[in-house]
Design a protein around this ligand. Structure first.
Ligand code: ATP
Ligand code: MG
Length: 431
């Protein structure tokens, strides 16, 4: 075994070329750029602007925002202290974005802030396919928005990103969780239903029965799902206003032609959700089937110190699961752009002469590469092929003296002798 360093389990490098890791294929960096480019384009079309917040946040922000009893806060945080300060590597981005909104008084700008982010998140989970310790999320937060159109737009935006990438095989599940005021009655009914069944529940669910019974609805165990089939449903408990809001969300989704399933047991793993909750699942992802999840979080702002309630809705989506779904669907992403020109040199003088030329061509906007190892002409040509360069310029000492170079068109194999002075024009001409 080599004693060199390796990535920490649950983290991975993104290389220029695709690579396989223990947790599946890691897409190459240009594929990440392509997917991120698509995300940015669709966001731009929706008037959603980017926000970038720090990776490090105060632990209390996450604990209070997401809720002490959630999996994330109770067992998945990478948190540490330095002096009196408590830091956490952000496990999600919604609470940080809301913090930024409050900190910078973005409400004063008026209207609704349509924001998006793309970046790494950290959770101390058991690494497996589709589940990592450093993973990447993209998502939106519409802050200051009460309107049911915001909920519908959020869902449709996520759907549009998937479709634009070529993904069509996914389901949208929808539910309404009502407000904080209607929750105690539902919790009581659910607890009353589950208590006699406690013996059949897992240990975790038994604990949750007393602490946070809604979390049990989120169970991934088939046996528990069966037990829940006859459980009371939240929708029967929610207030009139939430019911009307839910109806409007569905109306707008239907008007947009989106098919969705209503799932009365859909709750999200974070405590701050109210009213709308939704998930987008891919059938090809197996146990880690959720591509994206989101909903309305009207309570979050007050939870983290705002004197005013700030209605908001958003989604968070996993990049790695998106790549897994794209791969499973056989969707081939565009290849990285090949260089416009590969410069092959023969002899020291030609090599030196080429160096400033290459720089000038690059400054004119061309993508130009060459060999840095002083290899043979054959090896340089092989490298040009490997990099799929469209043209090769061959420069030798003898040619240089005559002010000439060879220009080879790689697709046709056609090769011509051209004056060096005419090369810039030839190279920048469209191929
Ligand atoms: P799950 O139920 O799969 O644990 P979650 O409810 O914890 O998901 P969220 O906190 O809502 O997920 O995060 C939104 C999305 O981020 C998920 O739907 C998923 O695509 C992705 N995601 C969450 N945790 C991870 C992880 N550890 N590794 C990779 N992707 C993740
Ligand atoms: Mg989770």
């Amino acid at each position: 075994m080599s004693d060199s360093f390796q990535t920490i389990p649950g983290t991975f490098d993104i290389l220029p070329d695709a690579q396989s890791s223990s947790a599946g294929t890691v897409a190459p960096s240009h594929a990440w750029q392509h997917v991120e480019g698509t995300i940015r384009r669709v966001m731009q079309r929706h008037g959603v602007r980017e926000i970038r917040t720090p990776i490090l946040e105060p632990t209390a922000l996450i604990a209070r925002g997401i809720g002490q009893l959630t999996d994330i806060v109770s067992k998945e945080m990478f948190a540490f202290e330095r002096g009196d300060a408590h830091y956490v590597l952000r496990p999600e981005v919604t609470a940080p974005v809301m913090r930024a909104y409050l900190q910078h008084h973005l409400a004063q700008l008026g209207g609704v802030q349509r924001l998006f982010y793309v970046g790494p998140c950290f959770r101390a989970e058991r690494p497996q396919k589709g589940r990592y310790r450093q993973f990447h999320q993209f998502g939106t937060e519409y802050i200051g928005a009460d309107d049911a159109r915001a909920d519908a737009e959020t869902i449709l935006l996520a759907v549009d990103i998937y479709r634009e990438l070529g993904l069509t095989d996914f389901t949208v599940r929808l539910n309404s969780l009502g407000t904080a005021a209607t929750r105690p009655a539902y919790k009581a009914a659910l607890t009353a239903y589950l208590r006699p069944l406690a013996g059949q529940l897992s240990e975790t669910s038994r604990e949750r029965l007393e602490s946070n019974p809604l979390r049990i609805l989120d169970t991934k165990s088939e046996a528990e799902r069966k037990l829940l089939e006859a459980a009371p449903v939240m929708l029967d408990f929610i207030d009139e206003e939430s019911r009307a809001h839910y109806k409007d969300v569905k109306k707008h989704l239907e008007a947009a032609g989106l098919s969705f399933e209503e799932d009365p047991f859909l709750v999200r793993g974070l405590d701050y959700y109210t009213r709308t909750a939704f998930e987008i699942d891919s059938p090809v992802l197996g146990a880690q089937s959720t591509l994206a999840g989101g909903g309305r979080y009207d309570l979050l702002a007050s939870e983290i110190g705002s004197k005013q309630e700030v209605p908001a809705v958003g989604f968070a989506a996993g990049m790695e699961r998106l790549f897994l779904a794209l791969e499973a669907a056989g969707i081939v992403l565009p290849e990285a752009a090949a260089p416009d020109v590969f410069v092959v040199t023969l002899g020291d003088r030609a090599t030196d002469h080429a160096f400033p030329l290459i720089r000038a061509w690059r400054q004119s906007g061309l993508s130009v590469v060459y060999d840095l190892k002083g290899r043979s002409m054959k090896a340089q040509m092989r490298e040009a092929n490997r990099q799929q360069a469209r043209r090769v310029v061959i420069l030798g000492d003898a040619e240089l003296d005559a002010g000439m170079a060879q220009l080879k068109q790689m697709d046709t194999g056609e090769q011509q002798s051209v004056p060096l002075s005419g090369l810039p024009g030839l190279l920048s001409a469209a191929t």
